[in-house]
Design a protein around this ligand. Structure first.
Ligand SMILES: Nc1nc2c(c(=O)[nH]1)N[C@H]1C(S)=C(S)[C@@H](COP(=O)(O)O)O[C@H]1N2
Ligand SMILES: [Mo]
Length: 255
């Protein structure tokens, strides 16, 4: 094993025990999965900063103070999905909603909102940048996507996390998005269930929406119903990895 590999592995083990992952999954088990060794291998080819992001040692998007929070965080895109199944879930406070996690995982999951709220969480004050030319700052709280993925067990051949949403987009099927595995493991990548200490309202994506703070607004999928681990996003929609990507926007929407 190279020094880089050893030190990355050490850093991860430190983080895992500090963050309580040990009790969640069994650190040794996680570290010896072919998936994790694959990540370490590919990490060697990446820049140092990306490597840090993978091992989760620091936040990668700027975080703000409480006093910077926007008075009125805009609502954009779908603000109230007009399909009967979603409206039924709203009517009973998402008691029957669950997040489905499937595809290239060892253990497909169904997580209720209560179960998601039990997972390791993160709160962060960040700026949302929409390509339409506006930005707003909010405080987001949610389950770490890495925690969900660790429970499901990501298979080595998985390369992307797909997010399938409740809102229909005309003839194009429902809104959907995708991010890569290193992005999914960034510490700021969360499935947010609160905005500014309040339960996430319908307008902002209830019951959960993605916060992927290093990228633009359209990556922040609202109304998430299902997560799927895949090796390619070519077979979904028009094959570009997301609803707006299919209309011509970049898949890599770095800020
Ligand atoms: N499901 C879904 N997610 C979505 C959208 C959408 O229309 N449907 N719009 C995207 C765009 S372009 C932006 S800018 C943000 C808006 O989030 P907000 O309503 O919380 O401001 O959500 C993103 N996620
Ligand atoms: Mo946007």
């Amino acid at each position: 094993m190279t020094d880089v590999k050893k030190s990355t592995r050490r850093a991860f083990m430190g983080l895992a025990s500090a963050g309580g992952l040990l009790t969640l999954t069994g650190c040794d088990k996680l570290i010896s999965t072919p998936w994790f060794m694959n990540v370490i291998d590919s990490a060697e080819a990446l820049s140092r900063s990306v490597q840090r992001a993978i091992t989760g040692s620091r936040p990668v998007a700027r975080e703000y103070a409480e006093s910077d929070i926007s008075e009125n965080f805009r609502q954009n895109g779908t603000t109230n999905p007009q399909n009967a199944s979603y409206q039924t879930m709203v009517a009973n406070g998402f008691a029957d909603w669950y997040l489905e996690v499937g595809g290239l995982v060892d253990k497909p999951l169904k997580l209720s909102l209560a179960a998601l709220r039990q997972l390791p969480a993160r709160t962060q004050i960040t700026r949302h940048d929409c390509v339409e030319g506006w930005s707003d700052i909010a405080k987001w709280t949610g389950a770490k996507l890495s925690a969900v993925l660790d429970i499901a067990g990501v298979k080595p051949e998985a390369r992307y996390v797909m997010f399938f949403c409740a809102d229909p987009m005309g003839m194009n099927g429902n809104y959907y998005e995708s991010i890569d595995i290193p992005g999914a493991y960034q510490p700021q990548t969360i499935l947010a269930y609160e905005i500014n200490d309040q339960t996430l309202p319908v307008a902002h994506g209830a019951p959960i929406r993605l916060r992927y703070e290093t990228q633009l607004g359209y990556k922040q999928a609202k109304y998430i119903m299902r997560i799927e681990l895949v090796d390619s996003y070519a077979k979904f929609g028009r094959g570009k990895g997301g609803f707006w990507e299919d209309q011509g926007y970049e898949w890599y929407a770095g800020i």
